[in-house]
Design a protein around this ligand. Structure first.
Ligand SMILES: [Zn+2]
Ligand SMILES: [Zn+2]
Ligand SMILES: [Zn+2]
Length: 273
C-alpha cells in the first residue's frame, strides 16, 4: 500500500518483521518540480497532494543503515518532511542539477554523525561533481561549514552497508547514467536507452523505480508508453514510476496503468521483504 508518510519513529523500523529494504520516494517530479513556476494548468493547480512533486530522490533503509539516491535541490525539504535523521552514504545517478543541487545540505549530517559521508557514482559523474562544487572539493575554508564528502568512482558491483550495490549503466540522450540495484530492488531514472547487458543486471528485481516523464516522446527520457513497455519487460512485482512532469494527473492516470505499475508520489513508502 502506498501512503503519504510523515517522519517514522526509529522503533518502527525494529522488530521481528523487519523488511530487507525500505524505500521512501523523496521526490517524484521532473527537473522543474510540479507545480511548474508560473503555470496554471490543471495539474499545477490541482489540490491532490500527489500532484505536488519535488525533484527526484530516494531513501533506502537497509539493516546496515540509510542511503540516499541523489540530493535534489529539494533535499532539505525532503529531509525535514520525511524525517531523515541519518545519511550513511549517497549514490549519484548523474550530475544534472535536479539530482545534485541539494548536496550542500548533506553537511548537517556531517555535524550530526561526526564524520564524512561516502558518495558513489561513475567516474564521469564524480568528475562533474568536483567541477560543479569546486568550493567543496578544493582545499581551504576548513571548519567553515562545508560538507565533508568522499567521492568514490565505481563501475563494478561493490559492498555498502552490508548490501551488494550493482551500478546499471543506461543511456540518457548522449549521457551515460547509472541506475542502481540493491538486492531485489532497483532504481533507473533519467533514461531513454537500456542495453541488453543492463537488462540482464535488472533481471529478477521485485521492486523497481523507473522514470516516466510525460505522454509525448522526449529526446533524453522514456515517455510513459516507453516506460510501461520497459517495466513489463523487466517484470518486477511492483514498479513505481517517477520523474513525472506536469502533464500527468496522478488521479486520472492511476486508473489506466497495467497491473503492478503505479505512479509514484512524494512520501510513498514501499518495502522488499
Ligand atoms: Zn532528472
Ligand atoms: Zn502545469
Ligand atoms: Zn538528467
Amino acid at each position: 500500500m502506498s501512503t503519504i508518510a510523515g517522519p517514522v519513529p526509529a522503533h518502527a523500523l525494529r522488530g521481528p518483521s523487519l523488511p530487507a529494504l525500505r524505500l521512501t520516494m523523496l521526490g517524484s517530479g521532473t527537473s522543474t518540480g510540479v507545480p511548474v513556476i508560473g503555470c496554471d494548468c490543471a495539474v499545477c493547480r490541482s489540490e491532490d497532494p500527489r500532484n505536488r512533486r519535488m525533484r527526484p530522490g530516494l531513501r533506502l533503509e537497509v539493516a546496515g543503515g540509510s542511503m540516499i539516491i541523489d540530493t535534489s535541490p529539494d533535499f532539505r525539504e525532503q529531509a525535514l518532511r520525511f524525517g531523515i535523521d541519518k545519511v550513511d552514504a549517497v549514490l549519484y545517478t548523474h550530475s544534472h542539477a535536479d539530482h545534485v543541487f541539494g548536496l550542500d545540505d548533506l553537511r548537517i549530517f556531517n555535524f550530526r554523525q561526526r564524520g564524512s559521508i561516502p558518495c558513489f557514482g561513475s567516474a564521469e559523474t564524480m568528475g562533474r561533481m568536483r567541477q560543479i562544487f569546486t568550493y567543496v572539493f578544493e582545499g581551504g575554508q576548513e571548519g567553515g561549514g562545508k560538507p565533508r564528502l568522499e567521492l568514490n568512482a565505481v563501475r563494478a558491483p561493490f559492498d555498502l552497508l552490508g548490501e551488494r550495490v550493482v551500478p546499471v549503466p543506461v543511456g540518457h540522450g548522449e549521457m551515460e547514467v547509472f541506475g542502481f540495484r540493491v538486492g531485489r530492488f532497483a532504481c533507473v531514472t533519467d533514461v531513454n536507452f537500456i542495453s541488453e547487458e543492463s537488462f540482464d543486471l535488472l533481471a529478477g528485481v521485485e521492486l523497481l523505480v523507473l522514470s516516466a516523464l510525460r505522454y509525448r516522446p522526449h529526446p533524453t527520457h522514456f515517455s510513459l508508453a516507453e516506460s510501461i513497455a520497459v517495466a513489463q519487460r523487466i517484470g518486477a512485482r511492483r514498479t513505481l514510476l517517477t520523474h513525472i512532469a506536469h502533464d500527468i494527473d496522478h488521479g486520472r492516470l492511476l486508473l489506466d496503468l497495467p497491473p503492478g505499475i503505479e505512479l509514484g508520489h512524494d512520501g510513498l513508502v514501499a518495502t522488499v521483504d
